[in-house]
Design a protein around this ligand. Structure first.
Ligand SMILES: Cc1cc2nc3c(=O)[nH]c(=O)nc-3n(C[C@H](O)[C@H](O)[C@H](O)COP(=O)(O)OP(=O)(O)OC[C@H]3O[C@@H](n4cnc5c(N)ncnc54)[C@H](O)[C@@H]3O)c2cc1C
Length: 212
């Protein structure tokens, strides 16, 4: 573990923050870093920045009863944090495919996007309301109609009103020869995997990263 100084920590949406520090290692888009503060167990976080950028960014949401995230939120520029990494095999590729995330599970896809791997991808993001679609200002102009924001508790222009799983269930022509990358909560990943299998997507084309 290396001790690094925080260079940014800002709320980008209600309850969601991006913390930033100098890039202390090289990584591949989709990989994970481990963060901890003195005396606390480390937690894993997807790196949410491009692999050529000078800083490493991490997107996190606050678990009010959690051990680490309420402490992370209070860190100011110049404070220290312990970081190790990179680890993980949830790696992007540059073939056409689907990126499917809920909540902060969007982080590895943002890293892949910032690392030049978004060409030919369809991005499907699930969240509660119109504020839940982190990085949408960058995603929307790039992906256009290949960016689907599924809002479980909101309606409005540009939003699919309903859960991400409902959106995927409604799709009838999903290609079976492309890869489907899933990232986020265990419940979402398992449910989407089952829907995809019922739509004849081969198991080997479903690649998942679970935030437990
Ligand atoms: C590969 C991977 C990548 C990840 N990437 C990200 C990411 O990019 N962004 C992100 O935000 N998160 C990510 N996570 C999740 C992250 O690692 C943490 O689990 C999360 O931030 C919560 O940490 P915490 O210490 O605040 O909460 P924790 O202390 O771990 O608690 C989490 C929740 O469990 C509840 N809880 C704790 N202990 C108990 C108990 N004994 N009984 C019942 N409930 C309990 C708490 O109330 C809280 O709601 C990732 C996880 C993995 C495995």
């Amino acid at each position: 573990m290396e001790i690094v100084e925080i260079t940014g920590n800002s709320e980008i949406a209600p309850n969601a923050y991006v913390i930033e520090f100098k890039r202390i290692f090289n990584f591949q888009a989709g990989q994970v870093a481990s963060l901890s503060i003195n005396g606390h167990e480390p937690r894993m976080y997807s790196i949410a920045s491009g692999n050529n950028e000078e800083t490493i960014k991490i997107l996190y949401d606050i678990k009010p009863e959690g051990e680490l995230t309420p402490l992370l939120k209070n860190l100011k520029n110049g404070d220290s944090i312990k970081v190790s990494g990179p680890i993980g095999k949830f790696l992007g590729d540059d073939n056409p495919g689907f990126w499917i995330a809920n909540g902060t599970g969007i982080a590895p896809f943002y890293s892949m996007f910032r690392s030049g791997l978004a060409d030919g991808k369809t991005l499907i993001h699930g969240g509660r309301n119109r504020n839940s679609f982190y990085f949408q200002d960058e995603f929307a102009p790039y992906f256009k109609d290949r960016y689907i924001r599924c809002a479980s508790q909101d309606k409005g222009p540009g939003l699919f009103s309903g859960r991400l799983t409902n959106y995927i269930r409604e799709q009838n022509n999903l290609p079976t020869n492309q890869k489907y990358y899933l990232c986020g909560s265990p419940e979402m990943v398992v449910e989407v995997r089952d829907i995809l299998i019922s739509k004849h997507i081969p198991f080997g084309n479903i690649i998942a990263e679970i935030y437990f």
